[in-house]
Design a protein. Structure first.
Lengths: 191, 405
């Protein structure tokens, strides 16, 4: 009986990890000031518990493939919510794309607690018809399933617009990469 | 595992994993004190395996499964120099029990170590980064061996079996070790801290640690020193949330230091060493990535306390100077850019400076709009790092006179 509160805590943890999804409508989808073309429905994480600023979609489950859509991160905001007793990196409106890539790397570190994260191949690229950037990333979280990822975005009028996707290196990243590239290429910004 | 105060100090009692430690020992056996003059009492015999069918045997079976996961884990460091060094140190401390122990250095930038009842020991890289000498590492490993030899986890194991059932005991043990299992058990690490060793067991493990250090000629003050280091880091952490929990389940750190110091004279050590040179030589090759892992945690307060402390002992160490500069560069609060520039300047002046220090210095100067300096630093980086992943990007910056493209 001593541990009844503990058992309850474990049950709550299990419940908290449940994800509830809603299907996105096929076609043009608006995420705040970011609009993309997603011809088929994705599963939007309706009870997104890790971010107030980024919509999270998946095809087969968040542990396998993870699409993030940030439709205008304002000065001082974070990509993901802060973990307890930590200070997540915050976006600043004057960030250049090197700083955005660092922001992303450390945001993901803060989210996943992974000691093994690598951002690479950062380069200037057009995003939504504007000067932007793209980069690749990879990380190994505690489940030890290695994820590969790609990201593309731009800072427009002091706000960060970002699309990032990662999936398991063994299968899901390659499976959805081309589709995600098309989604990235379809992005438009209407601030 | 994230660096909350609870986890951080939870690591001080190390051992977090071991609800699994268990045996058939009675309370009387476990209450025997360590003698101040020599032999440790009530140790299991060398080569011990629990009798088949006993509850302890099931505990060992679970431990063996965890260890099998550990062997495959991507977070186990394969660096032979580091592994040989830590294994040799644990072996010397363990004496005849060396043959019963296996050491796994785990890539976790958090202070922690642990030991399973079957003799599998984990030593986090966060511990190795924080130590200043071999004696400090010996203090923690000796403490862990104390838990192991006294089989302290029996009590926790039995208490949890009575309350929760074996499957959960197993799950908590996984989570506490930081070892991914067949499911997301990371959250259970938090719960595991509720099953920390009793204060008396912590004290007994401390005594064992001191005894094993004395036997091997280490400076006993190192155990107290390690605590002081960690208290200073915890004080620099944001938030106050976990401090009470830690102190509720473990001896107060200040009292612990006082007890260690009070007991110290009872251990006769004719010649003592900190083993500083040995330690620095063994960890030199891993220092850069351990520093980068620490920086990546983005806990600038405690991380700067750590780097500044280490720099007091090694003021010209380019890896530590790079780390300090990087923390300031990334925090980018008022005054940070100037402090970062000073640290990077000192770092790149060293003949054995890590190439990445030039890269970071370049980004800093680019940010400060010192474009010519930025271009020069990027060039210096690329000249030294032939395999630079971002060569195309940086060459573009250089062609642009150091300005962002």
């Amino acid at each position: 009986m001593t541990f009844r509160p503990l058992v309850l805590a474990i049950a709550l943890l299990a419940l908290a990890s449940c994800a509830i999804y809603t299907a996105t409508p096929p076609g043009r989808v608006k995420v705040q000031a970011l609009t993309i073309d997603a011809p088929r429905p994705w599963n939007k994480w309706a009870q997104n518990q890790i971010s107030d600023t980024t919509e999270i979609w998946t095809s087969e489950g968040l542990d396998l493939d993870f699409l993030g859509l940030t439709g205008g991160l304002a000065d001082g905001q974070t990509i993901f919510k802060a973990r307890p007793n930590t200070e997540p990196p915050r976006f600043r409106k004057d960030f250049d794309f090197v700083q955005v890539a660092e922001l992303f790397e450390y945001s993901l570190t803060n989210l996943t607690s992974s000691p093994v994260i690598n951002v690479s191949d950062l380069q200037p690229a057009t995003f939504a018809g504007r000067p932007g950037f793209r980069f690749r990333y990879a990380f190994t979280p505690r489940d030890e399933l290695v994820r590969n990822g790609i990201a593309s975005g731009a800072v427009v009028d002091g706000k960060l617009y970002l699309i990032f996707f990662h999936g398991s290196r063994v299968y899901h990243f390659d499976k959805y990469r081309e589709e995600v590239e098309r989604i990235m290429a379809s992005a438009t910004i209407t601030p | 595992m994230n660096l909350s105060r609870r986890h951080f100090l939870g690591g001080l009692c190390a051992c977090g994993s071991t609800t699994l430690m268990g045996c058939i020992a009675t309370g009387d056996q476990l209450s025997k004190p360590v003698t101040s003059t020599g032999a440790l009492e009530a140790e299991p015999p060398v080569g011990y395996r629990p009798p088949a069918g006993s509850s302890e045997a099931s505990l060992w079976f679970s431990s063996d499964r965890i260890e099998a996961q550990l062997k495959r884990s991507q977070f186990v460091v394969r660096d032979p120099v580091l592994n040989d060094y830590v294994t040799d140190l644990a072996c010397r401390l363990g004496g005849d029990h060396c043959r019963d122990m296996r050491v796994y250095v785990t890539r976790q930038p958090v202070f922690n170590a642990g030991m399973l009842p079957n003799g599998a020991m984990t030593v986090n890289t966060g511990l190795l980064l924080r130590a200043e000498n071999e004696a400090e590492v010996a203090a923690v490993i000796g403490h862990e061996i104390g838990h192991y030899l006294r089989r302290h986890s029996l009590y926790r194991h039995q208490a949890m079996l009575n309350s929760l059932g074996p499957s959960l005991v197993f799950a908590v043990a996984f989570g506490a070790l930081g070892v991914p299992a067949g499911g997301d058990l990371a959250n259970l690490a938090i719960i595991a801290s509720q099953f920390a060793y009793s204060r008396e067991h912590e004290r007994e493990a401390d005594r064992y640690g001191q005894q094993l250090m004395a036997r091997n000629g280490y400076e006993l003050q190192a155990a107290e020193q390690m605590w002081r280091h960690l208290i200073a880091e915890v004080a620099a952490m944001p938030g106050e949330g976990s401090r009470g929990i830690v102190f509720a389940t473990h001896p107060d750190p200040e009292n612990r230091i006082a007890e260690l110091a009070a007991r110290r004279p009872s251990f006769a050590v004719s010649v003592s060493t900190a083993g500083r040179d040995r330690f620095l030589a063994a960890t030199r090759g891993a220092r850069l990535w351990m520093v980068r892992d620490e920086v990546r945690k983005r806990t600038p307060g405690p991380t700067l306390v750590l780097f500044d402390r280490l720099l007091r002992g090694e003021p010209a160490n380019p890896v530590l100077l790079f780390g300090k500069g990087e923390v300031h560069r990334l925090r980018d609060a008022e005054g940070d850019a100037a402090t970062a520039a000073t640290a990077f300047t000192q770092a790149v002046a060293a003949p054995d400076a890590p190439p990445i220090a030039w890269r970071s210095f370049g980004f800093l100067e680019q940010r400060r709009q010192n474009y010519a300096a930025a271009a020069a630093h990027f060039r210096a980086y690329l000249d030294r790092e032939q395999e630079a992943e971002d060569r195309t990007l940086l060459e573009g910056f250089i062609r642009n006179g150091g300005k962002p493209a």
